[in-house]
Write a protein of this length. Structure first.
Length: 152
């Protein structure tokens, strides 16, 4: 039983369960100057409720803001091909940086997952056209080799 004296004491309820939130789509300029839209999911929990209440005004909101900026910073150092190929590595680096940043707030980041990576439509079309041209070139080389062998 706790007694709360009005106007002097305050209390705050802290949820110690694992919480998750979606990082809204972040428009990121990669190292090779390509704009990419990235979404992620962050799983975290309050590890020390006393520190989370005393050291930061709103630990959940602060963690969300830090997650957005950390995701932008980590992905800004990667090229487009690295972003598309190394999702697990990016997730683990982001998790490590977030966990170090939120430790003084009494927050433990447990998992970071890259949910979606969207490329601009023009870039998608250009990549598809390049792949099609490459396939056509290989088909012509194979056909020319076949004709060469047939003429022998």
């Amino acid at each position: 039983m706790f007694f709360v004296i009005p106007c002097i004491d305050t209390f705050k309820i802290v949820d110690l369960r694992v919480l998750s939130f979606d990082v809204p789509p972040q428009e990121i300029l990669s190292r090779d100057s390509v704009t990419v839209s990235v979404e992620a999911v962050i799983y975290f929990r309050i590890s020390n409720p006393i520190i989370s209440v005393t050291n930061v005004n709103d630990a959940q909101f602060s963690t969300k803001l830090l997650a957005q900026t950390t995701l932008r910073n980590v992905l800004g150092t990667k090229t487009l091909s690295e972003i598309l190929q190394e999702r697990d590595n990016i997730s683990s680096v982001t998790e490590k940086v977030l966990d170090e940043g939120t430790e003084p707030w009494g927050v433990k980041v447990q998992r970071v997952e890259i949910k979606d990576i969207r490329l601009p439509h023009q870039l998608t079309r250009a990549m598809a056209a390049e792949a099609e041209a490459s396939r056509d070139a290989r088909a012509r080389v194979i056909a020319a080799d076949g004709e060469k062998n047939a003429s022998r």
